[in-house]
Design a protein around this ligand. Structure first.
Ligand code: AMP
Length: 287
């Protein structure tokens, strides 16, 4: 496994060593866990050369404290990548990703995908995500981009960006990897107490309960039920929304939508957790 701090060197190495190979790229913010490892494993199983980036992107944090508190565990991350057979790790500093002369002005229509849910509660977040993913794709030039279902709105927005800008990289979305309790694996989980960790499993339990009732109860009532249940467990919920997975708009009724997803963001012990469940898959392909 090769580790590069400079994209120039990475690209030169990649082009000389893996010229005719299929390249999969996995952008991460580090603090790697089994969820990230599952993306790496899937890329390897698909016979790809795997490039992982580890970069806590400052431009996607709307709260600077959250950026500072984001866990950084580089040594452990490199060991995890090595264990998963990753070929190249890109471990840049801010200047390599955002040199002073870089034109970051991305202007394209995200079809309103960036206005709802995370977009409402984390202003500027998706602008930062698009900025960094576009830049990392330019720097690594992969055939495939592997992302997780866990960040549903994020992969939808990146997919939209790829379409609109006609980027020659194909998005591959990997199912959410969960703890035995059902809790979605996340770098933020390490900041929960053991009690909080056990309680956090109630997010997924709530999503599953909604899934069970989707055919028999109205959407509004189900959302209210979810909110109430999470409150009972001590969560402060920002949103719990049943959406049309193709448009990200709130569903009015389940009848006509071919893709239905329930998305949630809730705070526990000062940690913001997100999760989702795909109830009806439509055209969505998850591996
Ligand atoms: P992050 O480091 O949180 O930015 O995540 C990097 C990538 O890993 C994103 O595409 C995430 O959606 C994905 N990811 C994070 N956690 C999980 C998980 N539990 N299951 C599947 N993918 C995940």
């Amino acid at each position: 496994m090769k580790v590069f701090n400079l994209s120039k060197e990475l690209l030169a190495y990649k082009n000389s060593q893996f010229k005719d190979k299929k390249i999969a790229f996995i952008p991460t913010m580090g603090a790697l866990h089994k969820g990230h490892a599952s993306l790496m494993r899937k890329a390897r199983n698909n016979k790809m050369v795997v490039i992982v980036s580890i970069f806590v992107n400052p431009t996607q944090f709307n709260d600077h404290k959250d950026y500072e508190k984001y866990p950084r565990t580089t040594e452990h991350d490199l060991m995890l990548c090595h264990g998963q057979g990753v070929d190249i790790v890109y471990l840049p500093d801010k200047e390599d990703v955002y040199p002073p002369n870089l034109d970051k002005s991305l202007k394209f229509d995200l079809s309103g995908f960036d206005k709802v849910m995370e977009g409402e509660f984390r202003p500027g977040h998706f602008k930062g995500v698009c900025e960094v993913v576009k830049r990392l794709l330019d720097l690594t030039q992969p055939d495939y981009l592997y992302m997780g279902q866990k960040d549903f709105q994020q992969f939808m927005i990146v997919g939209r960006m790829i379409d609109v800008l006609d980027i020659k990289t194909q998005l591959v979305v990997c199912k959410t990897s969960r703890e035995r309790s059902g809790l979605a694996r996340s770098s933020r989980n390490t900041r929960l107490s053991s009690e909080g960790l056990a309680n956090a499993a109630n997010i997924f339990k709530t999503l599953c309960a909604i899934q069970k009732s989707i055919l028999t109860k109205e959407v509004d009532r189900l959302q209210a039920y979810g909110l109430k249940k999470l409150k009972k467990y001590g969560f402060e919920t920002e949103y719990i929304q049943i959406i049309d997975g193709a448009t990200l708009q709130e569903l009015e009724s389940e009848e006509r939508a071919t893709c239905i997803v329930v998305c949630v963001a809730a705070w526990l012990e000062g940690i913001r957790l997100i999760d989702n469940i795909v109830i009806r898959q439509g055209n969505l392909i998850l591996i």
